[in-house]
Design a protein around this ligand. Structure first.
Ligand code: FES
Length: 266
């Protein structure tokens, strides 16, 4: 592979990189992982069925909150303020921009897709294929700075999914019950809260922007906890992404009758 033009005064190296390890593997795995989620998300969004199990009150996370008059009976826990706009505008469309916006502007995901989708850079010490680089100084990438507002929206969505989890403790007779689906929803809610609270904007807002920690002992305490969680942000980003898709798939299988929900209680 021939080297791009070198800047004046820099050593002339005729290859793109001198790295001999498999530096292309992490961006490739990231690319395939994110692509798989996007494809699943698109199919699921436009599937527009099998997202509610009335017997056990399981609501698929992709359809929560279900705000449209097109939602199946029982699945709208927060009313139906949005109209039914036909099969090309399914119910998830009303919440998707906030959920997607949160992940798209996330500092970790930015690193992930800048590397794996845009090769900027594909890996450390590997030359980029681009001739110009303006970072996040121009439109549209300057809009990444609105991440904190998506964080506020994500707090609401996490609370909504927590409510979905609480009402999923329901048995076939209408009383208290626990099934495998309930447990999966609990794990998903914990991972979603952990991911949301480990956000870099959360760390900034909770105490990162303070100058004198000694004057704010409570915020300092919270900041130390969020900082600890923030150190696991990449792992939480992936595990919560996988858990959302898996719980959604699980509800799809139960709602469609392909898989009976194993019951632990009632
Ligand atoms: S930085 Fe990743 S969610 Fe905020």
């Amino acid at each position: 592979m021939s080297a791009p033009p070198t800047a004046t005064g820099r050593a002339r190296i005729s290859v793109r990189t001198l790295r001999t390890d498999r530096w292309w593997l992490p961006p490739l795995v990231t690319f395939l992982g994110l692509l798989a989620f996007v494809v699943y998300g698109l199919i699921r969004t436009f599937m527009n069925q099998w997202y509610w199990v009335p017997e056990y009150h399981y609501l698929a996370p992709f359809y929560s909150p279900c705000l449209s008059t097109a939602c199946v009976p029982g699945s709208s826990h927060w009313g139906q303020p949005a109209p039914d706009l036909g099969p090309f505008v399914p119910p998830p469309i009303f919440v998707l921009p906030f959920v997607l916006g949160f992940r798209l502007t996330c500092y970790y995901y930015r690193k992930a897709y800048y590397r794996s989708f845009w090769a900027s850079p594909p890996a450390c010490a590997v030359t980029e294929p681009h001739r110009r680089y303006t970072g996040e100084t121009r439109f549209p990438l300057i809009m990444q700075n609105v991440h904190r507002y998506f964080f506020y929206a994500a707090l609401i969505v996490a609370a909504v999914l927590t409510y979905d989890t609480v009402i999923a403790f329901r048995g076939a007779d209408g009383g208290f019950g626990i099934g495998l689906g309930t447990l999966l929803m609990v794990v998903n809610a914990v991972l979603l809260w952990s991911y949301t609270l480990s956000c870099h904007s959360c760390r900034h807002l909770i105490g990162g922007r303070l100058t004198h920690f000694s004057k704010h002992p409570v915020r300092y305490w919270f900041w130390t906890k969020v900082t600890w969680l923030n150190g696991k942000h990449m792992v939480l980003a992936w595990s919560s992404l996988v858990s959302v898709a898996l719980v959604d798939l699980y509800v799809l299988l139960v709602a469609s009758g392909a898989f009976p929900d194993p019951r632990l209680l009632n």
